[in-house]
Design a protein around this ligand. Structure first.
Ligand SMILES: C[S@@+](CC[C@H](N)C(=O)[O-])C[C@H]1O[C@@H](n2cnc3c(N)ncnc32)[C@H](O)[C@@H]1O
Length: 215
C-alpha cells in the first residue's frame, strides 16, 4: 500500500466505525473557525475546508449565507456523513475526495481553512506537498487559517503521531514552506473539549497569501 492508501484506509475506518459525534475532534458548533472566517472574508467569497471530514462547518457557513463552499477530504466516508446530515442542502456544497498532498485544484479559493490536518504531516516532503497545493489553490490576497495541536497539545490524534506547533513554530514553518509569499496575521490558542471531556490545546495562525503563481 502507498502512504496515501494507508491514510485513506485509516480515516475511512474511523468514520465507518464511529458516529461523528463520538470522535475526539468533534465539535457541535465550529465557533472559532466561523468567527475567524467571518473576520477574514465576506459571504460571497469562496471557502475551501481542507480535511473537513464530517465537520459541521459547511452547515454553519450555509447558515451564515456563504454560497461557495468546498470540502476536501481523503475520506469519502466522512463526506458521506456530512452529505447525509445536510440532506438537500448538501447540493449547495462542493465535495471533493482527495489527499491534500496530491490533489490538483481546478480553481482558486479566497479562503483555505484547515482544522487538525496539517499536524498529521510529520514528514517534511508531505508538508512541502501541502504547501504546493496551497499555492495552486489560493488566490492572491486570499487568507489561510491553519489550526494544529499546540506545543502542549496531545502527541497523537486518532491514534496517529502528530507534529505539535507553538505560534512561532507554525508561522515559521508555513512561511518557510511558502518561501515567504505570505504575511502572518492573527495567531492564538484555544482548548477543544472532546466528547469524553478531555482537553486538547490547539494553536491557530492566520496567513495572508501573496501567491506568486497568480498574476
Ligand atoms: C482530526 S480530523 C479533523 C476533521 C475536521 N477538520 C474537523 O475539524 O472536524 C482530520 C481530517 O483530515 C482528513 N485527512 C487526513 N489526512 C488528510 C490528507 N492528507 N488529505 C486530506 N484529508 C486528510 C481525515 O480524513 C479527517 O477527516
Amino acid at each position: 500500500m502507498t502512504d496515501i492508501e494507508t491514510r485513506t484506509t485509516h480515516w475511512n475506518g474511523r468514520y465507518r466505525g464511529n458516529a461523528p459525534e463520538s470522535l475526539s475532534w468533534f465539535e457541535a458548533a465550529p465557533e472559532i473557525s466561523l468567527s475567524l472566517i467571518q473576520r477574514a472574508v465576506g459571504p460571497s467569497w469562496s471557502v475551501l475546508d481542507v480535511g473537513g471530514g464530517a465537520s459541521r462547518l459547511p452547515d454553519a457557513l450555509l447558515d451564515a449565507g456563504h454560497d461557495d463552499i468546498t470540502v476536501l477530504d481523503l475520506s469519502g466516508e466522512a463526506l458521506s456523513r456530512s452529505r447525509a446530515r445536510l440532506g438537500a442542502r448538501a447540493d449547495k456544497v462542493n465535495w471533493i475526495v482527495g489527499d491534500v498532498t496530491t490533489w490538483e485544484p481546478a480553481r482558486k479559493y479566497d479562503l483555505w481553512h484547515d482544522r487538525a490536518v496539517f499536524h498529521f504531516l510529520t514528514e517534511r516532503a508531505d508538508r512541502e506537498a501541502y504547501a504546493a497545493t496551497m499555492c495552486k489553490a489560493m488566490k492572491r490576497g486570499g487568507t489561510a487559517i491553519i489550526m494544529t495541536f499546540a506545543e502542549d497539545g496531545p502527541e497523537k490524534c486518532s491514534g496517529l503521531p502528530v507534529r505539535r506547533y507553538s505560534s512561532d513554530d507554525l508561522t515559521r514553518e508555513i512561511t518557510s514552506l511558502l518561501h515567504g509569499n505570505l504575511g502572518v496575521g492573527e495567531t492564538g490558542r484555544f482548548t477543544h473539549v472532546t466528547p469524553t471531556g478531555g482537553e486538547q490545546r490547539f494553536q491557530y495562525c492566520v496567513f495572508h497569501c501573496m501567491n506568486p503563481s497568480e498574476g
